[in-house]
Design a protein around this ligand. Sequence first.
Ligand code: GTP
Length: 607
Amino acid sequence: MESLIGLVNKIQRACTVLGDYGGDHSMPTLWESLPSVAVVGGQSSGKSSVLESVVGRDFLPRGSGIVTRRPLVLQLHKTEGGQEYAEFLHNPKIKFSDFSLVRKEIEDETDRMTGHTKQISPVPIHLSIYSPNVVNLTLIDLPGLTKIAGQPDSIVADIENMVRSYVEKQNSIILAISPANQDIATSDAMKLAKEVDPTGERTFGVLTKLDLMDKGTNALEVLEGRAYRLQFQWVGVVNRSQADINKSVDMIAARKKEREFFASSPDYGHLASRMGSEYLAKMLSKHLETVIKTRLPSILALINKSIDELEQELNQLGRPISHDAGAQLYTILELCRAFDHVFKAHLDGGRPGGERIYVVFDNQLPAALKKLPVDKHLSMQNVRKIVTEADGYQPHLIAPEQGYRRLIEGTLGLFRGPAEAVVDAVHSVLKELVRKAIAETQELKRFPTLQAELAAATTEALERFRDESRKFVLRLVDMEASYLTVEYFRKLPPELEKGGNPSALTADRYTEAHLRKIGSHVTSYIMIVCETLRHSIPKAVVHCQVREAKRTLLDTFYTQVGKKEEKQLLQMLDEDPALMERRVALAKRLELYKNARDDIDAVMWGK
Ligand SMILES: Nc1nc2c(ncn2[C@@H]2O[C@H](COP(=O)(O)OP(=O)(O)OP(=O)(O)O)[C@@H](O)[C@H]2O)c(=O)[nH]1
C-alpha cells in the first residue's frame, strides 16, 4: 500500500502544478484541506537548522535578511536504499545529488517568482527528497516571522499574513520553533500558535539552541510542559552552531553530537529518548500519518462535493469552441436555433410579450380609427366645397358622382396614418421580443459577438418585414379608394325618385338637406370601409411581419453565415476572455480533484 503521506504528497504536488495553493476562494481548494506540517518561528530561531537535521542534509539557503521568501514544501520520501537525491516539481527532469545545488536552485526559483526585489510570494516551491535516511514526512518551511528594524513594515505584515494563512487551517500541524536562549513568553512562534490554536491540539513545540543557554540554567520548565502547556510533548534539539557550519561539520557528526548532548546532560538525561531531531522527525511522521488517516473520509467527501460543483459550473459555461469550421458552423446554427426557440415562445405564448401584438390590434387600432377626424372632413362646409368643385361649371345630372368619389377618396386618405401606426407598433413589439430572446437565451450568454451579430441581422430582417408590411397596408387603404363597393350606392334611393322633377333637383342641388344627405351617405360608406380595414390591416400585418418573423427571421443570416470562412466563424464565436479563463481554471481544478479521488480510491482499496 502506498503510504498515506506519499498519497498526500502526490496530491499536494498536483495542487501546485494545477495552480491550487489556497487563498483563492473563487473555486474549491483541495490544498487547504490536506494535512501538512508548517514550520514557523522568528528569524534565526533555528527553523532551517531543524529542517536540515530532520533531512540530515545541508540544502537550505543561508544569509542575512529574509532568506525564505516563498513557502518551501519539503516532501521527504523514504527509499529502501540507493542514492539520495532531490527533485523540484518545477523542473522534474533534474535529479540533484549535490545538495549545494539544491540550495542554489531554491534561491534561483525564489527569484524567478519574486524577481530580485526581495519581495515575498505565497506560491510554494516543491522539493522532494528521496533517501533511505529520511522518514515519510511533508514539512512546509515558511518565511521567518520578523520584527527586525530596517525591514519594511509591509513585508513584515505580508509575512505574518502568509504564515497565518498556512497555520490557521485546521488541517495544519504547527511546528513552532523557539530558541531556548530566549524567554518563551516572547517567542514569535508561540504567540502565533496561541492565536490560531489556543488549545494547543495541533501545535508541536520545538526548543532549539539548548546548548546556548546560560550556565546554570535549563529549559526543563518548557520541555516538561510547565511554562507553556501543549497537548503534545515539547521536543528539544541541538543543531549545528554557526561555528560548526563554518567548519562544515556534517550532519552525521551533528546528529551524533546532539545524541551525546542529551544522553550526557545532567538536566535532560531523563528525557533523552524523546529529544533530538531524529526523534522529532519520527514522531511527526507518525502523527501526520494518523491525522491523514482520520481526515481521509472527510477529504474524499469534500472532493466529491467539489467535483459536482465544478462540473455544474462547467456545464453552465458550455463546452470550449472546436477548431473545426464545420463544428463551428454547427455550433452557430444550434445557438440560433436556441434563440429562435425562445423568440417563438415569446410570440406564441409560454413567455410574455406576444400578447402585446393583439393589444395593438384590439385596442390601439380601433382607438386610432375612432379618433380619425371623419366628421370634420365631412362637415357641411367641406362637403359643399368638394361637391361643388367636383362638377365644375357642369351641374350634375342625377347624382354628384364625382363629388361622392372625391369625398370618399379624401376621407379614406385619413386611414393611412393608423395603418402605418399599427405597422410601427408591431415592429417595436417584435424588436423588443428579439432583444429579450437574445438576452434570455442561456446558450448565447457566452458569445457577445454572436449576440451582436444576431441583433444586427434580426433588426435588418424586421425592418425589411416592416417596410413590406407598410407597403401592403397602405395598398389596402389605397385599394378601398381605387374602387368603391358599388352595391352600397345602388341600394341608395335614386335622386330622381325623390322629387320626380329634374329642374327641382337642379335647383336644390346645393341645398343643405341635399349636402347633408351626401355627407351622411359618405359617412356610412366610410364606416363600412373602416370596419373592413379594422380587420384586414391586422391580417396584413400578421402576414407580413409576425408570420415572416416566425418563418424567416434568420434566413438571410443563415445564408451569410454559410458563406463565412473558418476565421470569421471563430470570430463570431468569440467569448468573453474572463469566461474562457474561468473555464480553463475550472477544468484544471476538476482534473486535480478527479485525479486525487482516483489516488485516494486506489490507496483505500489497496488497504
Ligand atoms: N549552537 C546552536 N546554534 C544554533 C542552533 N540552532 C540554530 N543555530 C544557529 O542559529 C543561527 C540561525 O539558525 P537558522 O537555522 O538559520 O535559523 P532560521 O530560523 O532558519 O533563520 P532565518 O531563516 O534567518 O529565519 C545559525 O547560525 C545556526 O547555526 C542550536 O541548536 N545550537
